[in-house]
Each structure stands twice: as structure tokens, then as C-alpha cells.
Design a binder for this molecule. Structure first.
Ligand code: COA
Length: 165
């Protein structure tokens, strides 16, 4: 099996990240970065976000190639709760790689960051993302009404999945 690992992103990841996230088939994930400069700005902000325990973001490395990203956003009011988000380059979809990346990031979340509860939220239409949560034993806790806007600015409901220690 090809090795899958995660590491903190670095500035030179801007291009591969941008190539992946600007895929128009990413229907349910909206990332504001549109240029290399935007992406570099975001990458430069990450050390401070880790220092202040706001966000822990990682590049997903398959063999030696950057094929996606995964991150944990810490709830600022309840710092024992984190929300996991992820994306994988389309040519690598359906190989179980997002599911493996969730396992890797859980280790960081529970062991290093000492979180007690991890959440994954997704649009009900995003069956691939829901499957990633289910395969990693997250429990469906319910529907978050009008939790976020889609690309057209319409408010949408999301499923809430969670795993607790
Ligand atoms: C969601 C995403 C990260 C999944 O990555 P992945 O590496 O393909 O995920 P996995 O292979 O681990 O698991 C996906 C599962 O969903 C299944 N699946 C994919 N599309 C599906 C669909 N339309 N209906 C039902 N199941 C589907 C796959 O068959 C697979 O299940 P299996 O392992 O039982 O065969 C990837 O599709 C992606 O990057 N999407 C765009 C960004 C995004 O939506 N991120 C999540 C925001 S909540």
C-alpha cells in the first residue's frame, strides 16, 4: 500500500493546493483563494493559527505527491471541540484516501490537541463526504438547519456527524 501521511503545509504547496481546490467539480466546498497570491497569503497565516490554537491544517501526501488537504478548526468557545474538513484531488477520489487521512488527523486531534469531540459537517447531497464520516465511525447527530450558504448564496442545511472520546 502506498504510504499516506500528513504534514504542515509550506509556501511551495500554493500551486498544488490551488490546482486541486479550483476544480469546478468541488460542488460543496467553497474556498475563497483564487490566485497563487491568495493561497500563499493563507499559507503564511497558518503558523499563527496553530500558535493561537484556531486551526490545524495539513497537506495530505500520497507517496511523495501532495493530493489534498485536511484540517481541524477549533471551537473558540469550547476548545475541546474540533471540526474536521478535507479535500482530495479528483484523480484520487474513491481510493479510500480521505478516510485514511481522517484517521491520521484524529491522532493529532485526540492525542496531541487533547480534543474530546470531533465533528464533520456536510451537505446531505455530498454523499462521498458523508461516507468518509460513516466509514470512520462518526455518528449522525442530526440536521443543522441553514448552517451555511452555497456558492449562489442560498442558505443550506447540513448533516452533523461527531465522534467523542
Ligand atoms: C469528499 C472527498 C474528500 C472524498 O474523498 P475520497 O478519497 O474519494 O473518499 P474515500 O474514498 O475515502 O470515501 C468516499 C466513499 O464515498 C463513496 N462515494 C463517492 N461518491 C458517492 C456518491 N455519489 N454516492 C454514494 N457514495 C459515493 C465512494 O465509493 C467511497 O466509498 P467506498 O470506500 O465504500 O467505496 C472528495 O470527494 C472531495 O475532495 N470532494 C470535494 C471536496 C469536498 O466536498 N470536501 C468535503 C466537504 S464536507
Amino acid at each position: 500500500m502506498v504510504k499516506l501521511s500528513i504534514r504542515y503545509p509550506v509556501l511551495k504547496d500554493a500551486k498544488p493546493f490551488l490546482d486541486i481546490i479550483t476544480n469546478p467539480h468541488f460542488r460543496y466546498l467553497h474556498v475563497p483563494a483564487q490566485t497563487i497570491k491568495d493561497e500563499e497569503k493563507w499559507l503564511r497565516s497558518l503558523p499563527e493559527k496553530r500558535k493561537s490554537n484556531q486551526e490545524w491544517n495539513y497537506a495530505i501526501i500520497y507517496g511523495r505527491k501532495l493530493i489534498g488537504g485536511i484540517g481541524i478548526k477549533i471551537d473558540s468557545h469550547r476548545p475541546y471541540i474540533g471540526e474536521i474538513g478535507y479535500f482530495i484531488a479528483e484523480e484520487y477520489w474513491g481510493r479510500g484516501l480521505a478516510s485514511r487521512a481522517v484517521k491520521l488527523v484524529e491522532r493529532e486531534a485526540f492525542k496531541k490537541l487533547k480534543l474530546r469531540r470531533l465533528e464533520i459537517v456536510m451537505r446531505p447531497e455530498n454523499k462521498a463526504s458523508e461516507k468518509v464520516a460513516i466509514k470512520n465511525d462518526y455518528r449522525k447527530e442530526g440536521k443543522l438547519k441553514k448552517f451555511g450558504k452555497d456558492r449562489q448564496g442560498v442558505w443550506r442545511d447540513f448533516w452533523l456527524y461527531a465522534k467523542v472520546l
